[in-house]
Design a protein around this ligand. Structure first.
Ligand code: MTE
Ligand code: MO
Length: 258
């Protein structure tokens, strides 16, 4: 009897601990943290780990505030690239982006491309949120698009994937713009690929025809002009390895929570 109880407690402890380690893996921003010795010591205690799991998950899965139509900014100011301006982009824009392809590559069981009209025929989510740029301005806009989760399920994200990299059509200072998020943000209900702003087709200056909205993070994470989503196990081979254009160029934080 006592032995059985002990065994079940040990089983529970192991489960909680591995759950915590799994979460540390998921919270990719925690790479440095999970290498940190004292964090590892904390993880060894199952009860503390359980607490950390719930606190971390709770914080990360919270919804960003949503606003009403009355709160919309009169104009959603553009920032960074206002037009990728390449021949490919120009010709696609001239056709109303009817030839735009979103390419899902990397760690998917069914890597595939989606046209803009395919994306528009999927279930959509509309949300009014506040965008905060590190340069000190913010704007409230209404975004409509496909929840990223739908695409990840269709393409069957592989178990070994830990990050999604968003490739963009524009270059800044000669480098391609890109961004990346972890799987908690990827499956977050407010993470969408938006093709509309304030009920109209997304303007070129705001990222037409597709831009990421990852509402728990600062503006630079919201990749515009998205051409591809690559699922990877590590970010070290992408760009300079820091997970994004501004992370590489100016050491911006990879996890930019608001
Ligand atoms: N492809 C691409 N995405 C980008 C940028 C960019 O220059 N290129 N700028 C980022 C920054 S710093 C911000 S604040 C927002 C601005 O979005 P907006 O132009 O719709 O205001 O886009 C982000 N995504
Ligand atoms: Mo920004």
């Amino acid at each position: 009897m006592i032995e059985a109880k002990k065994a079940s407690l040990i089983g529970r402890r192991t489960l909680l601990t591995s759950g915590a380690v799994g979460l540390a893996g998921l919270l990719s921003g925690c790479d440095a943290l999970s290498r940190n010795q004292s964090f590892q010591n904390i993880l060894r205690s199952a009860e503390d780990a359980n607490f950390l799991v719930h606190r971390a998950l709770g914080d990360r899965m919270k919804l960003a505030s949503e606003y009403s139509i009355a709160d919309l900014s009169p104009k959603f100011r553009p920032n960074g690239t206002r037009d990728p301006g390449t021949p490919d982009y120009r010709s696609s824009a001239a056709q109303g982006f009817s030839d735009w392809q979103l390419r899902l590559t990397g760690l998917f069981a069914r890597p595939q491309n989606f046209s803009l009209s395919a994306l528009q025929s999927m279930p959509q989510r509309t949300q009014i949120t506040r965008h905060d740029c590190v340069e000190g301005w913010s704007a409230i806009g209404q975004w409509t698009g496909v929840p990223l989760k739908i695409l990840l399920d269709l393409a069957q994200l592989h178990r070994s994937a830990r990050f999604l990299v968003f490739h963009c059509a524009d270059r800044l200072g000669g480098r391609p713009y890109y961004e990346s998020i972890d799987l908690l943000d990827a499956f977050h209900p407010q993470t969408i690929l938006a093709h509309q702003l304030n009920g109209e087709a997304l303007p070129i200056e705001n990222g037409a025809p597709l831009r990421l909205r990852v509402e728990r993070q600062l503006g630079y994470k919201h990749a515009k002009y998205v051409t591809g989503i690559e699922a990877v196990a590590t970010l070290v081979n992408i760009g300079d390895g820091k997970g994004g254009y501004w992370e590489d160029v100016a050491n911006y934080e990879w996890y930019a929570g608001v």
